[in-house]
Design a protein around this ligand. Structure first.
Ligand SMILES: [Fe+2]
Ligand SMILES: [Fe+2]
Length: 375
């Protein structure tokens, strides 16, 4: 039901036309007043249902009232706005409006639940409303039957559907959980907190540029927001790397190096329960190389998940800029040249091209988030 996978791509022109029309439809129905009743003109709403509509007209969360064939009889303003932002304002039925956001099994269970007296003519579940150009909304949805007094045992005359937006609640919970994990890993890892913050900022910048260019179907608003938070988790697996290897001053021997490499697999394991697969992809694949010589799995080219390819470039750029025990910090020009020279070997060439076009912004992120001078 909760789908973090790729959305369906519709032709751009069609989408734009729909968006404009939906916004206009939402606008005109909002200005027509809250008690616009889609079905009343056809005369199929009874007096008790009209009373029901009146009683819900000032409820602040998104609400719809449906007739016996699940057509909308009434949508309150918050619900109209919700549908308009996902280009579904003009759909006459509930399944028309939310069908594209749910899988076939969920649609079936919803339909059966509402029709089946043994299930109380009701349904509840969580739906993720999603489009390329809006942050997704997680809506806890409850659909309850309406039976006027004296009609027990009969089919419901209408349904009331509540859509409780739990996006902030859910995101806040997940982010809190993973921030704690990050804090725990920082106790071990010798990379500074600023490195992690900068990697988040570079990756978000690169992803935003990909979104703006529009050639990457997987890159939508959610992708940009998520990678800007999850990039920081790339080395969380180092929590399982022994301190003597992690903090060793000289070069690692072959055995130590093989243990060090395991931080990718450990990170993937730690993040495997995160609902968005991007977290695991970043931890697991940020040391893969475009030409197949990276680790842990020698993935080649676009077999490497895009979020990991983006983080790889950002992580290396920042490592080049930083002072390390074995090297002085490089300036932006030198770091950029090294990134460019590794195009097609270490890095995805198309990402290197984009990096070159916005390199100045990488430099600005580094400069305005510099590390505290060490004592
Ligand atoms: Fe790493
Ligand atoms: Fe890093």
């Amino acid at each position: 039901m909760i789908d973090d996978g790729p959305y369906e791509v519709e032709p751009l022109e069609e989408l734009e036309a729909l968006e404009t029309a939906d916004a206009a439809a939402a606008e005109s129905s909002l200005s027509a007043g809250s008690l616009e009743l889609a079905g009343f003109a056809a005369g199929h709403a009874s007096e008790p249902v009209k009373d029901l509509v009146s009683s819900y007209s000032i409820v602040p969360i998104p609400i719809a009232i449906l007739d016996s064939s699940l057509e909308f009889l009434y949508k309150n303003d918050p619900f109209k706005r919700l549908l308009a932002s996902f280009r579904a304002a003009r759909e006459p039925t509930l399944l028309g409006a939310i069908g594209r956001f749910i899988d076939a099994e969920t649609a079936r269970s919803l339909y059966v639940g509402l029709k089946d007296p043994k299930r109380g003519h009701s349904w509840s579940g969580t739906i993720r409303l999603k489009s390329k150009d809006s942050s997704s909304v997680l809506a806890k949805t409850t659909i309850m039957p309406f039976k006027p007094e004296g009609s027990a045992g009969q089919e419901p005359q209408a349904w009331v559907a509540f859509f409780d937006d739990v996006t902030e609640e859910r995101n806040g919970f997940l982010r809190g959980l993973f921030s704690s994990l990050l804090e725990a890993s920082k106790l071990k890892d010798n990379d500074t907190g600023k490195h992690i913050e900068r990697v988040n900022l570079y990756t978000e910048l690169l992803a935003r540029e990909l979104y703006r260019l529009g050639n990457w179907p997987d890159v939508d608003v959610d992708f940009v927001e998520n990678i800007g938070f999850l990039a920081a988790m790339h080395d969380v697996g180092k929590i399982g790397t022994p301190d003597d290897i992690l903090n060793k001053k000289g070069p690692l021997d072959e055995f130590e190096w093989s243990i060090m490499k395991e931080h990718t697999i450990n990170g993937a394991f730690i993040l495997s329960s995160y609902p968005n697969p991007m977290a695991k992809q970043i931890a697991q694949s940020h040391h893969e190389w475009w030409n197949g010589t990276g680790y842990p799995y020698n993935l080649v080219g676009d077999m490497i998940p895009l979020p990991a390819r983006i983080v790889a470039l950002a992580d290396v750029y920042d490592a080049l800029r930083m002072r390390r025990s074995y090297k002085a910090p490089f300036d932006h020009g030198r770091a950029s040249l090294l990134i460019a020279s590794d195009s097609g070997t270490h890095f995805d060439p198309s990402l290197v091209e984009i990096f070159k076009s916005i390199g100045g912004e990488f430099a600005a992120i580094y400069d305005s988030n510099a590390d505290e001078p060490s004592a």
